[in-house]
Design a protein around this ligand. Structure first.
Ligand code: SF4
Ligand code: SF4
Length: 391
């Protein structure tokens, strides 16, 4: 017996099935695989048929729901935008993954992921990386903020997470690092729903029990999970939540540096520039889930000779990588996603491409010229200057 879909999931699969596939050419999985079964609407139609008991929910049907990177570009291009009712089938696909697991028809990869998860995360054990990051940290018992470096950050963008901590030390924020790194969000996303929600509750209990005021998250996906999915799962975090770029703006701009100079009498923190042109890539979670476009740009614009916007950015930004855990996507699909976005980047002839999420960071490092890829925190750290005003 299938668990009921929520009203919005139900609506999305019912009406996705009858549109004219307006969004199909935006779908990066279709772009890579060129099979009609990867159309957003066809995946929804399979779900609709399963709900009505018109087709069997077997291994073959279950696999369809994993042919998605959760980028939400179909939502951005949706034909229903004319009535301000865009359809977002991603949540329903995740529902069917959980059902497939319960029914025992999920792809074999999910069993292997369970094994990894028992070591600490979907990437396996990341404790050594967490310890290495903690060693960078200059926080003390009086610290009132904690940084959550999640499993993606530790596994995919460790250099960027390290830069974040070093930067926060330098500008005097002196954070602590969260002991817990598995948020549970991707665990739910791959279909291990009960375990993922239990991990989310564990993370929320841990953060709520800390004697800190602010929780700073390094990835936009975790910010989305904490602010949107955690409350739905009964795992509310009762502290101020900030994503990293918003926090950096708050402490570097909102409190004017000259005021800090007067207060400390001699020390001003400031940032310089890197030589050359840069572009900023909006990851899917900033672009379409949180819809936050400005904080990274405000930090980056003064750091380069020019910050150039690429085609297809902001709400319609083409993803460079799946930001949810790519449980079953083929390497050729992942490579195709990156190559498509690299075309947009290459046509600008920039010296740097800057990103703010760990998956895009890792994909660009893998498929792009390495010296040009930076995270926002790396740019800020590289341009940091201390000015001593003592006379
Ligand atoms: S998301 Fe919108 S455009 Fe895409 S298949 Fe569904 S209803 Fe059609
Ligand atoms: S979320 Fe992205 S990958 Fe998934 S169906 Fe929509 S466009 Fe395709």
């Amino acid at each position: 017996m299938l668990k009921q879909l929520s009203d919005s999931q139900n609506e999305s699969i019912k009406s996705c099935s009858f549109c004219n596939d307006i969004c199909v050419f935006a779908c990066p999985v279709f772009e890579a695989e060129r099979k009609t079964i990867t159309y957003p609407s066809r995946k929804a139609l399979i779900g609709y048929n399963i709900c009505n008991d018109w087709i069997e929910f077997d291994e073959e049907a279950a696999e369809v729901f994993y042919l998605c990177s959760s980028c939400r570009l179909c939502y951005a291009e949706c034909v229903w935008q004319c009535k301000d009712k865009r359809r977002d089938p991603v949540d329903a696909f995740k529902h069917f993954r959980a059902e497939a697991y319960t029914k025992g028809v999920a792809p074999p990869t999910i069993e292997q992921l369970e094994e990894k998860l028992s070591q600490g995360s979907l990437y396996g054990r990341l404790d050594d990386k967490l310890e290495a990051l903690k060693k960078e940290c200059a926080g003390s018992a009086d610290t009132k903020s904690v940084v959550v470096a999640d499993a993606d950050n530790l596994a995919l963008a460790f250099e960027s997470a390290t830069a974040s901590v070093r930067l926060l030390n330098k500008i005097g924020a002196l954070p602590l690092i969260s002991d817990v790194y598995e948020t549970g969000y991707d665990v739910v996303g791959v279909g291990l729903e009960a375990r993922g929600i239990a991990l989310a509750k564990k993370m929320a209990d841990y953060l709520n029990g800390l004697d800190v005021e602010k929780i700073v998250v390094l990835s936009p996906k975790t910010y989305w999970a904490f602010t949107t999915k955690y409350p739905e799962w009964g795992a509310e975090i009762k502290k101020e939540l900030l994503f990293e770029s918003a926090y950096l703006l708050e402490i570097t701009y909102m409190e004017p540096t000259i005021k800090a100079a007067i207060e400390s009498l001699y020390k001003v923190q400031n940032f310089g520039m890197l030589e050359g042109y840069a572009t900023y890539h909006d990851g899917s979670y900033f672009a379409r889930y949180i819809k936050e476009y400005d904080s990274c740009r405000l930090l980056l614009k003064p750091r380069f000779d020019k910050l150039i916007e690429m085609r297809n950015n902001r709400f319609k930004a083409v993803p460079v990588a799946p930001e949810d855990f790519p449980a079953t996507l083929k390497e050729s699909t992942l490579e195709c996603m990156a190559r498509e976005r690299l075309k947009d980047i290459d046509e600008l002839g920039v010296d740097y491409v800057v990103v703010s999420d760990p998956s895009s960071y890792a994909a660009l490092k893998k498929y792009c010229c390495k010296k040009k890829v930076r995270s926002v925190s790396e740019v800020m750290l590289e341009t940091f200057m201390e000015m001593d005003l003592r006379v």
